[in-house]
Design a protein around this ligand. Structure first.
Ligand code: ZN
Length: 81
């Protein structure tokens, strides 16, 4: 796993999202709810170092409010803790 993918994985783990195995061309990863496994989006690995953490940090409030994330509420619960 490349450093950038590891960084993306860690960033999303902080809001209760798991990175799935790479899609066909290996440049996009599906984002799965860590609570129930539902797909909640996808992310490309062509981010620069630091971007993934910043991206997720900006979205954290949206996850905490339940505006983004899975209907099961897992991201909301994790982001608020
Ligand atoms: Zn879920």
């Amino acid at each position: 796993m490349s450093a950038i993918v590891e960084e993306i994985r860690e960033a999303y783990a902080r809001v209760g999202i798991t990175l799935d195995l790479p899609a066909a061309y290996g440049t996009y990863y599906r984002l799965l709810c860590a609570g129930c496994g539902r797909m909640v989006g996808n992310v490309g690995d062509r981010l620069l170092p630091g971007m993934a953490a910043e991206l997720v940090a900006r979205q954290r409030d949206l996850y905490a409010e339940g505006i983004m994330g899975c209907p099961c509420g897992h991201q909301r619960a994790v982001s608020r803790s």
